[in-house]
Design a protein around this ligand. Structure first.
Ligand code: HEM
Length: 372
């Protein structure tokens, strides 16, 4: 027993107190802030489950009941719905901050798995209030899977638990939505373990001990984030949500303008700009994966050219940064186009940006092969 206690204390000491970290700015706090958002989502989610009813006839009214009748129900519901947005904000800034880092491939892949799991959790959570956007969003996205050749229809029916989005769909999405955050928590532990194994990215930096430099820095960032969070929840709680989701889901009325939550807009922009359903699905997932793997590609070039003169490496780094900036710019444009009307010139512009995005990717690939 004593041995176990000593062992666990030494692990805590090695990874949370004495752990050597480079001296970096506040932008590096978004990783731990994302972890904090996960904790907030789990705590508020468990409180919501106590009053939520996962049934198509009751889900919408149970959320209204939480908002109007349950003591402080509005508070934890608004913390949960705005929490998803804050979570994505932190995750995007965290990805952006690490775009140019030469981190290990496995670390990037665990980041990709985390991001996909967070996306799935948020998508399923958005279905639960069973408003118009919940229902039609679920219908559009699950129907995309039906377009996969051969197995598509089976996958779609498995997701629906029947032949269309209905009560079994809501039930299974509720179940997955409850379970996924705990899988995300396990993936976070894996992600952090890989980060602590991979110290190569900090080689040239000056080190300080984790406690108290990182601890105080992240605590300060945490209070700043809580101020933004409180502003949203207390002064503008519905700013980021769509008014149509306050209308109960109806199979016979389609919303005038179907849009996902802001954090999915760039991918929705890609999807909408592709005329073919299956092609759209592939390009949408391609864009998500590309966000992570493009850097792995650059890393490989960096590693392979270790012997080349420093000046060449510098120009590689610059190329890599320019490509990162281009990718960020493309995603930002797609973000605005994804939220705009389905009309000229937005649709054409979105097609052009989607094409550019993928052309750039292949251009890099070809350049890499030429260099080999
Ligand atoms: C990764 C963590 C999570 C994310 C990103 C997330 C996201 C969301 C989103 C976007 C909604 C829709 C909010 C709305 O517009 O009303 C939602 C609803 C809900 N979530 Fe989560 N959630 C997470 C974790 C959890 C957990 C762990 C639970 C339960 C233990 C939970 C339970 C619920 C319930 C019951 C609802 C329906 C009530 C409502 O709409 O407010 N969530 N979630």
């Amino acid at each position: 027993m004593r041995f176990i206690r000593m062992k666990s204390l030494s692990v805590i000491n090695a990874h949370l107190i004495d752990y050597p970290t480079p001296v970096v700015g506040y932008m590096s706090s978004f990783g731990s802030l994302s972890g904090l958002c996960l904790v907030i989502q789990i705590v508020t989610g468990i409180l919501l489950v106590a009053h939520y009813t996962p049934h198509v006839t009751l889900a919408f009214t149970s959320v209204e009941h939480i908002m109007r009748d349950v003591n402080d129900g509005w508070l934890f519901r608004y913390y949960h719905s705005n929490g998803a947005s804050i979570f994505f904000l932190c995750v995007y800034l965290h990805i952006n901050q690490n775009f140019s880092s030469d981190a290990d491939d496995l670390l990037w892949l665990s980041g990709l798995a985390l991001y996909l799991a967070i996306m799935a959790a948020a998508f399923m959570g958005y279905i639960l209030p069973w408003g118009q956007m919940s229902f039609w969003g679920a219908t559009v996205i699950t129907n995309l899977f039906a377009a996969i050749p051969m197995v598509g229809q089976d996958i779609a029916q498995w997701l629906w638990g029947g032949f269309s989005v209905d009560n079994p769909t809501l039930n299974r999405f509720f179940s997955f939505h409850y379970m996924l955050p705990f899988i995300i928590a396990a993936l976070v532990i894996l992600h952090l373990s890989l980060l602590h194994l991979d110290e190569s990215s900090n080689e040239d930096d000056e080190y300080v001990e984790f406690y108290y430099y990182y601890f105080i820095k992240d605590l300060f960032a945490f209070f700043l984030l809580m101020i933004i969070f409180a502003y949203l929840v207390f002064f503008n709680p519905n700013y980021l949500s769509h008014p149509d989701n306050y209308i109960m889901a109806s199979i016979s009325v389609t919303p005038a303008h179907l849009v996902p939550e802001w954090y999915f807009l760039p991918f929705y922009g890609v999807l909408r700009s592709t005329p073919d359903k299956f092609g759209g699905l592939l390009l949408m997932f391609g864009t998500i994966v590309d966000l992570f793997l493009i850097d792995t590609l650059f890393d490989e070039t960096g590693e392979e050219e270790e012997d080349v003169e420093a000046i060449d490496l510098d120009s590689d780094d610059m190329d890599s940064e320019i490509e990162d900036d281009e990718e960020t710019a493309n995603l930002l444009i797609l973000f605005f186009l994804g939220g705009s009307d389905i009309d000229e010139p937005y649709t054409d512009l979105a097609t052009i940006i989607t094409l550019l995005q993928f052309l750039e990717y292949f251009e890099i690939d070809i350049e890499d092969e030429d260099e080999d």
